[in-house]
Write a protein that binds this ligand. Sequence first.
Ligand SMILES: Cc1ncc(COP(=O)(O)O)c(C=O)c1O
Length: 397
Amino acid sequence: MAISEKVREQMEASSWIRRMFEEGMELRRIHGAENVFDLSLGNPLLEPPPEFNEVLRRIVNEDTPGTHRYMPNGGFPDARAAVAKQLAAESGVPFTGEDILMTVGAAGALNVFLRSVLDRDDEVVIIAPYFAEYIFYIQHQGGVVREAQCDKNFMPDIASLKSNLNEHTRAVVINTPNNPTGVIYPESVIAEIGEALQEAEERFGTEIYLVSDEPYRKLIYSDDPYPFIFKHHVRSVVATSHSKDLGLAGERIGHIAVNPADPGKVDLMDAATFALRTLGFVNAPALMQRVVAEIQDATVDVSEYRKKRDFMYAALTDLGYSCIRPDGAFYLFPESPLSDDVKFVQLLQSKLVLTVPGVGFGTPGYFRVSYCVEDSVLEGSLKGFAEALDEVRSIEG
Ligand SMILES: Cc1ncc(COP(=O)(O)O)c(C=O)c1O
């Protein structure tokens, strides 16, 4: 079949995801769905907050003519202004609607941004462990991926970041709270990243964007203020969505926010609006723009995810797993008891517990556990976790 070579290679590189999915289906068929404990997906569990349904119903019932038509590609001015107002209140940065572009989720936001800044063979640096789809987004938009490493606390290794910056670097993408680790980069780390970018810009006479992918920004379990990137690098952009904080993953609504102080922001917004239109998105979903504009200060009940984090972290560490306690998102990233994380994930699978190997996030030697599932699934998985660890220990003697 005449499909693109590039897409064929990309599909092969990620075929393990499909294989895992198929094996999970097979296990469910054999053992019954209730006996398979699937902690492999990042599908938000919590329903949207009540405000969402109230506003949605009201808007639908209003039957206002034109509700479902096209609008300016960047989104309804009211929706952009509402997002700007909330982001300004949270970050202390004076955003206006002009700095916001409504997008088809964070994935759409990232693709639009990358399409806007990349010429062929320009480089984008991502920092391990990373959301694996970044690789495909960057390649789709004509870029080349460079991977910087992290330290043992999953913080960016700044020396590794610096060694990956060169005259071809157009952007560095960070993700905090992070998928798969749940760690949040503190302000000091963001500052170091900003300094590294400014040094590189000066050395190479180029401009480099810092892009922060923040779909988990409101799923935070510490009281510390969230460290925004804007004051640490002038060419900075946030890509985010309401997939997780409002539980709207299937509705595909998000935005790009460009630093109001960025001297290139008008060009970037023009390019991003063009990219949004011509990548085939045309605009973000109209109905969702209208709804989220009215509930910018609402969030799912984060305490539910916190309880699951506390339960699962305590349970796994009590069993003897070694794991950093995450401050955000809904994942744990324990060390794999076998040095081969794929083998360990297979061992867990044989105990009917489904997780994802760290190699899929650019960080072998670990595995990802999603705790955004019902409590019964978390509880039911513990037997398999215990047996798998015992089995490794007995082999190691
Ligand atoms: C780190 C990260 N970025 C982006 C996305 C894409 O999210 P969205 O649904 O907003 O497109 C995800 C989804 O899981 C994610 O984990």
